[in-house]
Design a protein around this ligand. Sequence first.
Ligand code: NAD
Ligand code: LMR
Length: 338
Amino acid sequence: MSSSGTKEPIRIVITGAAGQIAYSLIHQICNGDVFGKDQPVILHLLDITPMMGVLQGVVMEIEDTSLPLVKGAIPTDSEETAFKDVDVALLVGAMPRKEGMERKDLLNANVKIFKSQGTALDKFAKKSVKVLVVGNPANTNCYILAHYAPSIPRENFSCLTRLDHNRAKAQIANRLKVSPENVKNVTIWGNHSSTQFPDVRSATVNVNGKDTPVYDAVKDDNWLKNDFISTVQKRGAAVIAARKLSSAMSAAKAICDHMRDWWNGTKDNEWVSMGVISDGSYDIEKGLVFSYPVQIKDGKISIVQGLKIDEWSREMIEKTQKELVEEKNDAVKATSSD
Ligand code: NAD
Ligand code: LMR
């Protein structure tokens, strides 16, 4: 707090700031929807040099929103300026996939961005910086970023699987004709890819004031084990096929949900999904960036322990882990050769 009793501004870097996700994201941050209605912000907006003209337009629009929490908006193509003293890093800037591609097809093009930005983060950001990687393939980009930022604590790194989490809630809510807020404790395990395991075995839905296991409420195990899972796994591709662009509005909303929960904590007895650096929980390779069920208190993320994993779930989890190990090995090769 400053002497006047108002909070000091926090510095937030948004990369890919001239892109489509950033365009949906920036207003929500400036409006206090993520870090609080009393939390002033200074935005560091990074994009590549050819996008500086477009970025100037974004800055004009930020000014024109006339929002009182905005204490500065710094457009830049310099990683040093972008990462200097930041409290929060939202790493969106990367190439999006086109129709027919898997997210891992972006690996060669995008992973080098995260090597370079990891090095800059390590050098210039606050050591307490909270980092969220959005650019795809998000888990593996986060792995590389963290590798090149060794001075920042491992628990400060995360990648976005909240969009998948929200998609899973929405599918269950639609099926049961209830509001998504009534669906709790879904889990996305593993990679933000078509091997992810959207798991509702511990999830509940509030029907007529009573929390009921999703399996009991849906009463269709076949749908839950097949169509539900593949719809969530392939939702990103379905949006691309329809829009000819990858999801942006829902991605920006998920970024806000992820960061708001990290900043303020999760509700008692509820968890959310986040890609975090594995500590070996649920027999996942230590160090992989893996999506887990997590709870957050006082800014500290804890992986929910003790959930029952049956044989079928173990196979689903193994499959997504295997893909992440392969991606990690490819990414390490791609970044060590330059
Ligand atoms: P976009 O093409 O509209 O914007 C990306 C921006 O990043 C562009 O302005 C580009 O110039 C910029 N950029 C490229 N290289 C950069 C660099 N080195 N430094 C800074 N900026 C750079 O794309 P988008 O729709 O905003 O999507 C961005 C990324 O987010 C894509 O990789 C997409 O696949 C991914 N995404 C992830 C999720 C998720 O849930 N994890 C959801 C949606 C999209
Ligand atoms: C999504 O899940 O919508 C994003 O990761 C974009 C994509 O490539 O699917």
